[in-house]
Design a protein. Structure first.
Length: 227
């Protein structure tokens, strides 16, 4: 029912937009490029906001705005006007992507630096310098070799991550024990308590499934390293 309602809303929005297509052309057509650009952005924002009000996403609204403009005599002028903004938004996207990656690296390095300071009694500047240098070397290798990225993803993502998950579950179930595990997982739970089935599930079923998946993936792993 929800999908059918969304389709009806999209169809209605397209129909209304096409009905007002010619008045739209007269409204936003202007001899001034500045006024035309502002009117163009105002139209896209208006359609995106309308789509959001009726339960659709802004991206769907922006797509519909482009669909409507593509059926008018203004499509070539609009494409020519918006072309510089494509470069601007691409640069903005990759800039924000850089800052997101940078903050992720800072968060990851903080864990390593703190562990080195606490466990090995390194000074904080020394630990930060060593781990940053290691990250730089690893990043440089990944930039010059696509095979390194593929192999690293296969090793760390498809192999070591499942192994780490299995070890965490085995440690919780086999070392911490059933009583403490159930107490921890039910702490603060106001609903129905999680029973023994959960404990046996993480003790036997999930680790077994992870080991089966790893065994099936071993040929690919050995092929990547020794093939």
């Amino acid at each position: 029912m929800g999908n059918r309602g969304s389709l009806v809303e999209i169809a209605t929005l397209i129909a209304v937009a096409h009905f007002y297509q010619e008045p739209l052309v007269r409204l936003i057509a202007s001899h001034s490029e500045e006024a035309f650009t502002l009117a163009l952005f105002a139209f896209v924002l208006l359609v995106a906001s309308t789509a959001q009000l009726i339960g659709l996403s802004e991206a769907v609204g922006a797509f519909l705005a482009g669909l409507v403009l593509g059926g008018t005599t203004l499509k070539e002028r609009a494409a020519h006007t918006l072309l510089p903004f494509q470069t601007l938004f691409a640069a903005l996207f990759f800039g924000l992507l850089f800052f997101a990656a940078f903050l992720s690296v800072v968060a990851a390095l903080e864990v390593l630096v703190t562990a080195a300071v606490d466990s090995w009694h390194w000074s904080r500047p020394r630990a930060a310098l060593i781990f940053c240098a290691g990250s730089l070397v690893a990043g440089t290798i990944s930039m010059v070799s696509l095979d390194y990225i593929t192999t690293s993803d296969l090793f760390w993502g498809s192999t070591m991550q499942p192994i780490g998950s299995a070890m965490a579950l085995i440690g919780l179930a086999w070392i911490v024990g059933r009583r403490k595990s159930l107490e921890a997982v039910n702490e603060g739970n106001d609903g129905s308590p999680i029973g023994k089935w959960w404990y046996y599930w993480i003790k036997y079923v999930i680790p077994s499934g992870i080991l089966v998946i790893l065994a099936l993936g071993l040929p690919d792993l050995f092929g990547a390293f020794f093939g």
